[in-house]
Design a protein around this ligand. Structure first.
Ligand code: SAM
Length: 273
């Protein structure tokens, strides 16, 4: 029988893998258990590039947030599906570029929420809300969100590696429309989403592993479907791209095979809500 460490919030089932902890394992974190590690390894066996893919996602996150807090002048961030804290979290990147930038993290995973609370204990400009992306109205109305985010001013909404856990039956486009309607002109939407186009057969295998071993439904989408999530927004250069291709720090950072990193990434501006 496995012993549950003291930092695990009550009621958390560590016997079934979940997305936050599998991702934490791939990133080299320590907040994961046997079931998470086993599922993560099965996926690595399917695709040995898995860990590099997750690091590429975090690198995209860093470049996108630096762009938003720097060039785009954004001072408030709503990061939904924020995950278990790791290195270079959004508030650290944003507040390094723009001291005082405010960040609201949102996740529906108890472990991610508990560890984010610990990390943010002494940061008055950042908080975590325990909520579900499928209920965007609740996220927007949450008192913590309302305290830190002024929706009359531009905000960046981040949906990084989370929309592919929202099946079409949960109406992801409607969720984004609800968020868009709350955003002031000059706001930004950032999405990174696993794309099935480069290897649909392998994508199907990933989905099957998720449905059998992880407490989540994985839905890899086509480039066209991912592009549709930006309807109503104007893409900033270079548009929707494979993660490593999005504004690389150095041209040499872009691998010859960027599609092997699964994620399509984009940043878009809202001109009229
Ligand atoms: C792969 S991690 C991505 C973490 C972070 N956004 C990043 O890109 O590094 C996905 C996160 O989304 C969260 N998540 C999945 N479905 C969610 C939902 N419906 N509402 C809120 N969070 C969700 C998971 O708990 C997990 O922490």
């Amino acid at each position: 029988m496995s012993v549950q460490p003291g930092w695990v919030p009550p009621g958390v089932d560590i016997g079934k893998a979940n997305t936050a902890r599998v991702y934490d394992y791939w990133l080299g974190g320590s907040h994961n258990f046997r079931a998470d590690q086993d599922a993560a390894r099965v996926l690595i066996a399917l695709d040995p590039n898995m860990r590099a893919t997750m690091r590429a996602n975090r690198a995209f996150l860093g470049r996108a947030v630096r762009y938003l807090a720097g060039q785009a002048g954004i001072r408030q961030f709503l990061d939904i599906g924020s995950g278990i804290p790791t290195e270079q979290n959004v508030h650290q990147v944003a507040q390094a570029a723009a001291p005082g930038a405010r960040v609201v993290y949102v996740d529906n995973d108890e472990v991610a929420v508990a560890h984010s609370q610990l990390m943010l204990d002494d940061n008055p400009d950042a908080t975590i809300v325990h909520a579900d992306l499928r209920e965007p109205d609740k996220i927007l109305a949450d008192p913590e969100t309302q305290l830190l985010i002024d929706f009359t001013r531009p905000v960046a909404v981040l949906l990084l590696c989370v929309l592919h856990f929202i099946p079409d039956s949960d109406q992801p486009r409607q969720i984004i429309t609800t968020l868009r309607k709350a955003m002031a002109p000059g706001s930004y939407l950032v999405i990174c989403h696993a794309c099935r186009d480069a290897n649909a057969g392998l994508a199907d295998q990933h989905e099957t592993v998720y449905s059998s071993r992880v407490a989540a439904q994985l839905c890899l989408r086509t480039r066209e479907q991912i592009a549709g999530f930006f309807d109503g927004f104007s893409m900033v250069e270079p548009g929707l791209a494979w993660m490593p291709q999005w504004r690389p720090d150095h041209p040499g950072d872009v691998p010859e095979d960027p599609w092997k990193y699964w994620g399509m990434a984009g940043v878009a501006r809202l001109d009229t809500p």
